[in-house]
Design a protein around this ligand. Structure first.
Ligand code: DAK
Length: 255
């Protein structure tokens, strides 16, 4: 399929999605949302795709929702159309998604990075929720996911002042998993995604589901979810193969 606002490439079992509106700092337009929704759903149901990398360019992962498209939005149309709600496709995707962030990840850009399973940041990455400076507030989870990731104090400061965090602060705060040099960001993200793609698919899906459950359940419920998922993996050929391969001192061949 042809896309105008994103580029989709396959690297074996990894799909690389590049946001592609460089003239607008990769601002998240309605067309981009529709294209992303289509491609994420397609990749999520494609058994040959085992992991996804979402990235932008060196200057911007994405500088937020497209302000020029949003300026005339009304309350009525926003409610009736569930405005920008289709971006939730990223959070709802079962296939692991790694965000590879260089440059600005602001507003909706920061929010879609946080919807991914983890964030690899280039050393020039900058994260922020600057919506307050244009008379609004985060609308894709910025007040919720950011608070869970970095705590109330930092999240509140970012939402109330629009201050940006650089990559080092974001790593210290737990927003990003690690920082890599800008020139290595894409290759490192593909390498990590390829590693995930090589593991047992049911184990990967359940590991992801259990980690996500940690944000939505009590510790007791989360522990039960994890225990049952762990037990269920004894029903897979991949568990037998993985453990036997360890004992035989060879590399596992997952089915
Ligand atoms: N939208 C549209 N165009 C943008 C843009 C954006 N978010 N960000 C940058 N651009 C455009 C600029 O207008 C400029 O276009 P031209 O003037 O050349 O035509 C071009 O990209 C280059 O930008 P600059 O000239 O400004 O470049 P600088 O290097 O000087 O500055 C910057 C880069 C990223 C610091 C700056 O562009 C900036 O501050 N951008 C806006 C950042 C921002 O405020 N982001 C938050 C947007 S609000 C919701 C869900 C989500 C949301 C809301 C509701 N619901 C589910 C209800 C999300 C809201 C947002 O994200």
């Amino acid at each position: 399929m042809q896309y105008e606002t994103i580029v989709v490439e396959r690297h074996d079992q990894v799909a690389l999605i590049t946001l592609n509106r460089p003239e607008a700092m990769n601002a998240l337009s309605a067309q981009m949302m529709v294209e992303m929704h289509g491609v994420i759903n397609e990749l999520d149901s494609d058994d040959r795709c085992r992991a996804i990398v979402l990235t932008g360019n060196e200057k911007a992962f994405a500088a937020g929702a497209d302000i020029k498209e949003m300026v005339d939005q009304t309350y009525l149309t926003a409610v009736q159309t569930e405005f920008l709600g289709e971006w939730d496709c990223i959070a709802n995707c079962r296939t692991p998604i790694v965000a590879a962030v260089a440059g600005y990840a602001l507003g909706g850009g920061c929010e879609i990075a946080m919807m991914c399973d983890f964030i690899l940041a280039a050393d020039n990455a900058k994260f922020g929720q600057p919506e307050i400076s244009i008379g609004t507030i985060p609308g894709l989870g910025g007040t919720q996911r950011l608070t869970r990731l970095v705590g109330k104090s930092k999240s509140m400061e970012m939402s109330l002042t629009g201050r940006m965090m650089d990559a080092e602060e974001a790593e210290r705060a737990g927003l990003v998993s690690r920082i890599v040099p800008l020139e290595e960001l894409q290759s490192e993200a593909i390498k990590v995604a390829t590693k995930i793609a090589g593991f047992s698919k049911p184990a990967v899906l359940l590991a992801k589901e259990c980690v996500l459950a940690a944000n939505n359940t009590t510790l007791d419920q989360g522990m039960r979810t994890e225990r049952r998922a762990f037990h269920s993996l004894f029903g897979t050929p991949d568990q037998k193969e993985g453990m036997q391969a360890f004992i035989d001192k060879r590399k596992a061949k997952f089915s």
